[in-house]
Design a protein around this ligand. Structure first.
Ligand code: OAA
Ligand code: MG
Length: 219
């Protein structure tokens, strides 16, 4: 059997664990309380989309939002990983979008229902190429940006995260064992906004990676 290539982690069928409200300014722009513990939700592996394929607006959604986020790719499995050794479990990173059907999420929130329809649909997790961890020596201090049709919407530093990457790995792995090829989305900085069919989304980490996606309809 040939060894699987971690640089193609999105093909492994592993889980995607997302952290919400990890930047105070973003929690505030959506009128949410700043959390005292991480807010977690999941996306299935069918949510992955790579450059060259479009991001699809679900038929039931009339307000699709972008959320640019740093993704952490797990390279070594673990359960209840201590913060002190958490970084050893990272293979690398990817720039990610947590595409969100905001109107549906608002409805789910008001009814106290889970966010699956708002967050877990096909193409809800666009990802960049894999970034080996050596190329991002200080993941707690990188700037993420996102433009819609060349207009900047999001620009924030991972230094603004409420819960650090080691804390998140430790917290998540107490509840959900982490496996090689899993992806953790670490939350979005402020500036989320709605996108339409034919819009072009460009996102990047300066000097490290950029990626471009088009928005399309499913119907
Ligand atoms: O839907 C939300 O705003 C929660 C979330 O994913 C984030 O903060 O990144
Ligand atoms: Mg998010």
């Amino acid at each position: 059997m040939t060894a699987r290539n971690i640089a193609r982690f999105w093909e492994w069928g592993r889980k995607i664990i997302c952290v919400g409200r990890n930047y105070a300014e973003h929690a505030k722009e959506l009128r949410n309380a700043v959390p005292s513990e991480p807010v977690l939700f999941l996306k299935p592996p069918s949510a992955y989309v790579k450059e060259g394929s479009p991001i699809l607006v679900p038929r039931y959604c009339s307000s699709l939002h972008h959320e640019v986020e740093l993704g952490v790719v797990i390279g070594k499995a673990g359960t209840a990983i201590p913060q002190s050794s958490a970084m050893e479990h990272i293979a690398g990173y990817a720039l990610c979008l947590d595409m969100t059907a905001r109107d549906i999420q608002d409805e789910c929130k008001s009814k106290g229902l889970p966010w699956t329809l708002a967050k877990a649909f096909d193409t809800s997790c666009p990802v960049s190429e894999f970034i080996p961890k050596e190329r991002l020596p200080d993941p707690a201090n990188v700037t993420l940006w996102l433009k819609v049709n060349d207009v900047e919407r999001q620009n924030g530093s991972t230094s603004q995260m409420i819960f650090s990457i080691p804390y998140l790995i430790s917290y998540i792995s107490e509840v959900i064992s982490l496996e090689e090829g899993d992806l953790i989305l670490t939350g979005t900085p402020k500036g989320v906004s709605a996108v339409q069919e034919h819009d072009e989304l460009q996102a990047g980490i300066d000097g490290i990676v950029t990626m471009t996606f088009q928005i399309d309809k499913t119907w």
